[in-house]
Structures are given as C-alpha cells and as structure tokens.
Design a protein around this ligand. Structure first.
Ligand code: IDC
Length: 357
C-alpha cells in the first residue's frame, strides 16, 4: 500500500510537536513566573490606580468634625494635606486648573487654601470696589476648578496687619454671607474666618467676631467646616481649648514656621489636642516666621511627625515664585503649572516630598 506522503511525515511532525511541548513544559514555569508576577503587580497597580483615580472628594465626601478630629462621610478620620496660595490679589496667575491639577496629581494635594488678604495692598477691605469684584471672581474660578478636580478648598479671610478681625467685621460678615449663599451646596468648601489675629487681640475678641460670622454662615450653609483663628498669629490654641465656641463642625487653627517655632510650640499644640481641641494647621512654613530666612529641616520633620501622629491636616505656605524662602516655586521659574522638580524651591521640594509620600 502506497503511503501518502502525509502519513510519512505525520509521525515526524508529532515527534517534533511532542518535543516542543516537552521543552515548553520545562521552560514555561521559568518563563511564566515573571510574567504572572507582572500580571499580579499590574492587577494590584490597577487596584491602587482605581483607588487613586478617585478624587479626594470622591474618597472622603462631605467632611465634618467629630470630637477633636476631622472625619469623612463614613466617619473615618481624615488628614488633609495641601497648599495655600499667596495673596490672591498679588499672585492671581496661580489660580488655574492646571496648577491645581499638578498639585493634586503630582504633589498629592487634597486641599487648596485661597488666601485673600483683607488689609494689605489691594486687600479685600482696602482696595477698590472693582478689586473686590475681581477677588470674588477669582474665588469663584478657584472653587469651580476644585469642584472639577474633586479638591477641598478653603476660603481664607486673611487678616494680618489688621490684627483684630473686629476691625473689618462688617465687611467680613457681608463677604461670608455672599460666600455661604453661593457655596452652600458645595461639599468641598471650608471657611477660614480670620487668618491670624495678633498684637494683643484676645480670644474673647475673636470669639465675639466668630459668633457673628458663624451665625451668618450657618444661616445659609448648615454643615461646612469653619476654621477659626487663635490669638498670637494662631499659636494660642490653649486659649481656645480652655473656652471653645459652641456649634458643630468647628476647628481651630494653629500655624507654625519651623525655624522660629520649635519644641515649646509643639508642646502647646499637643496640650491643646490632649484637651480635646479640634485643630487644623491651615498654614505653615519650614523657614522663619517672616516667610523667608533659613530652613530648618530637622524642626520641620519634628512638626510633621507630630501632625501625622495626631492626624492633623496641614497646608503649606505659599504657591508663588516670590523671592522668599517660603515660596514653593523657584524665583526664576515663571511656569504657573506643570512644574518639574527642578522648578521647585528648596521649600517646594521639601513640601512635595512630604505630601507625595
Ligand atoms: C507673608 C508673605 C510675604 C508678604 C507678607 C505680607 O510671605 O510675601 O509680603 O506676608 O505681609 C504669616 C501670614 C502670611 C505671611 C507669612 C510669612 O499668615 O500672610 O506671608 N506668615 O510671613 N503668618 C506667619 C508667617
């Protein structure tokens, strides 16, 4: 019987195939291990990416205050980290969506603080009516970028040379009425009603001011977190701890500049926390209190350790390229978003490293 060529070749092919299959079995485990490990990593990465792809607002929802902690909509403690603008009138160019997106995606920022000076040059209470309007428009833009990016946003009535918030209480009341009416439905907005009372302004003075402003805010916005400044440039949290205000979702601010404020201030903060005060560090620098001078990294690290241990939120001063140590962007860099590491100042690099951990 004449065998068809195919019959002759089949066994040879089968042998080859068997040999190949055998070799594959030998080689496969070795070849597969890294491949499947990669697949696993990819899967867990995509899990992380899925978690990470949630915006801070999607992760936490509406914030509230429970005991001495800031908590999310599920009641879990939240420590927000973020960056403060410089004076809105002076550095409005950093209020843009790409800047906020860079801060969110690359730095890990969850909150942006809008510092609106009240008394300095072109402050809300010292500039023209047009300037006031421009500032409100800028805040509106900033809030809408934060809405789009799912970032929390602090509207900061930045008193400073007007040491006592009662000086511009009328204006503050009108301002917060407008803000609360406008942003009541925005679950990402926090109000900071007086940056840093100073020069002898007492806790009682601040309380009287806060009671009026809080009443106005609560008429329109029942739930937003309200941050209240404390005496001596937000260092005397002990005064607030001894006599807190009545109301819900209130926090008290503590500020530090690591080269000026060291151990004794950390003790002061810790005692206020231990006394049950809800504290929010709405501004800090790692240089001197002037906003410039030298950086003290060891002190700065000690501060962050304390804040981390107590889950205290913190916001770094300031988003600008001003020629001062606290500016986070290098003076020579004119980019207003998408900064590379080399575009950051020494303080900027430090803040970036801490926040993006
Ligand atoms: C500083 C700015 C500086 C500006 C000055 C205005 O860094 O460029 O000229 O304000 O008076 C604060 C204040 C904050 C200060 C900052 C640094 O809240 O407005 O910014 N600081 O001095 N408290 C402690 C330090």
């Amino acid at each position: 019987m004449k065998t068809k060529p195919i019959d002759r070749y089949l066994p040879v092919r089968a042998q080859t195939l068997l040999l190949l299959a055998f070799l594959c079995c030998l080689l496969l485990p070795a070849a597969q291990t890294p491949a499947s490990a990669d697949a696993k990593t990819a899967a867990s990465n995509s899990k992380t990416a899925a978690a990470d792809s949630k915006t801070p607002l999607q992760q936490h929802g509406r914030l509230k205050v429970s005991g001495c902690s800031l908590v999310n909509s599920k009641g879990n403690v939240v420590q927000l980290k973020g960056v403060s603008t410089h004076g809105l009138s002076w550095y409005p160019q950093y209020v843009n969506k790409q800047a906020f997106q860079t801060l969110r995606d690359q730095w890990g920022a969850e909150v942006i603080r809008l510092a609106m000076y009240t008394a300095e040059y072109n402050g809300y209470c010292t500039g023209s009516a047009q300037n006031q309007k421009d500032l409100r428009t800028l805040i509106d833009k900033a809030v809408s970028y934060c809405d789009e990016l799912g970032l929390y946003v602090i509207i900061d009535w930045h008193i400073l040379s007007d040491a006592d918030p009662n000086i511009y209480k009328k204006q503050a009341n009108a301002f917060f009425k407008t803000m609360a009416k406008k942003y009541a439905g925005h679950s990402n907005v926090l109000y900071e009603i007086c940056n840093e009372p100073n020069s002898g302004t007492s806790w009682n003075d601040i309380k009287a001011y806060a009671q009026t402003i809080m009443k106005t805010i609560r008429r329109y916005d029942k739930r937003a977190v309200i941050l209240i400044g404390t005496p001596s440039w937000c260092q005397d949290v002990d005064a607030a701890a001894a006599s807190p205000l009545k109301g819900s979702n209130l926090m008290y601010t503590f500020h530090f500049y690591a080269s000026t404020h060291t151990d004794s201030y950390r003790k002061k903060l810790q005692s206020a926390i231990d006394a049950g005060l809800a504290v929010f560090v709405s501004e800090f620098g790692i240089c001197e209190a002037s906003g410039s001078g030298t950086i003290r990294r060891k002190e700065a690290d000690a501060w962050i350790k304390l804040l981390d241990q107590n889950n205290i939120s913190y916001v770094a001063w300031n988003l600008s390229n001003k020629d001062e140590t606290s500016a986070l962007i290098r003076n020579s860099c004119t980019k207003t978003s998408g900064w590379k590491r080399s575009d950051l100042s020494d303080a900027g690099k430090w803040v970036y490293d801490k926040m993006s951990r």
